[in-house]
Design a protein around this ligand. Sequence first.
Ligand SMILES: [Zn+2]
Ligand SMILES: [Zn+2]
Ligand SMILES: [Zn+2]
Length: 478
Amino acid sequence: MDDRKETIYIKIYDHLTKQMIMKSMAELMKEMIAAQMPISFEMEALKAQAIMVRTFLVRKIKVFGGNGCGKYNNVDLCTDGHCGQWISKALLQDLWGSDFYINWNKLDQAVRETEDKIITINNKPIEPKFHATCGGATENSENVEGNKILYLRKVLCDYCRNSPYWKQSVEMTLEEIEEKLNVRMSDVSPTGGPWIEGMIENICRDEAGRIVELKIGGKTFQGTEVMKLLGLDSTRFGWKPIAFKFETGGKGHGLGLCQYGANAMALEGKDAEEILNYYFTGIQVKQFEKRSINKPLSGKIIVLDPGHGGNNSEDNVGPMGTREKDINLAISLKLAELLREAGAEVYETRTEDVYVPLSKRAAIANSVRPNFFLSIHQNAFANPNISGSEIYHYRGDRDGEALGTLILKELSNRLGTAERGVKIADFYLLREARTTVLQIEVAFITNPEEEMKLRDRKFQEDAAEAIARALVKYYTYE
Ligand SMILES: [Zn+2]
Ligand SMILES: [Zn+2]
Ligand SMILES: [Zn+2]
């Protein structure tokens, strides 16, 4: 099998063994396609599914700037169903028996022939929704999820008319319905009986409760006729419905691609991209940038500037005596490591507890000409209740505002700090450095709770990771 091209490894948490496993993206893709679409489907339909699976992974996994699983720490995906469905290769071997190699080859072909292709809109991967059968038309996203997503528009589809899910019905007794919905519907006296419009109506009884006349299925009958024709013992009769047949059209939420429709389109000779363009509105299928995989920041120059340092006492101090300069340095050192791993060229205004005047820091910025100059600080305020993260940029600096917004969001997601905003300031470095400078105030060292957190090594690393993640996001799919 040709796994050479997609040798990206994905970190997966196996909830059964409680262990971390690494799996190649190509293998995981095959396992996901197998779980999501019948293997008997046409190759172009399987290829459309492959492109959707790859799009899902590119959105999700961390090397591409995704947020990962979110339920389990520090992994891309988990196996407990929270991160989508797949069937392991070993299980597929059991399931398919002697057909395994034929089927696995089909999956391999679907992955290989769509190499690197993902579905994008404005150069960003979409959320590739799909369902088994739409039953006549797909849905607008706002009708299902409440919010309007531009690429999830209603399209007519009768391609899926031969799907086993096109029209289906289930029968349920009244008792079942009553139990499931927790209602009472059948409280009708045995010799009463409800007026069921179009079925049993215009009921006329005498004073003794005997049916004189009624209309059944649009035709009027005498009570005596019905008694005779149906073989009832008396004209004093009632009725109650005992079951309902519910009829459904389609299967699934109806958003995005209709799989049975996709298969029928493939049978008609449409290719995977035509199929995807039919079901997703305004999208582009294109190759995602491999460059951004391992070294998403290659070619970027970043200066890190841990605020303060040395023996003067210009930095903020927490109620427990924690010094801002030390926290700034710890976060900055970790951040430098992460940014270098991501391929960036990193300069630091200090890497130890020394005093560096602001003029020298600005001079470093101006000689290196970085893409970004990030000053790391901790905030302070007289009122110890004030807490949260905030970021400053120079007036009119759009790049600063854009990256600052991403960093603030990542910090607050990762650290649980309040978002106090991305603000404009006229600080010396923001003004004097001829590049985009951000002053990042991670948290309030004067807030006892945040001071405790800031002293924690894990928290410092999380802060660095959040800032690094924001930079990767800034340069990926931009
Ligand atoms: Zn998960
Ligand atoms: Zn359909
Ligand atoms: Zn400071």
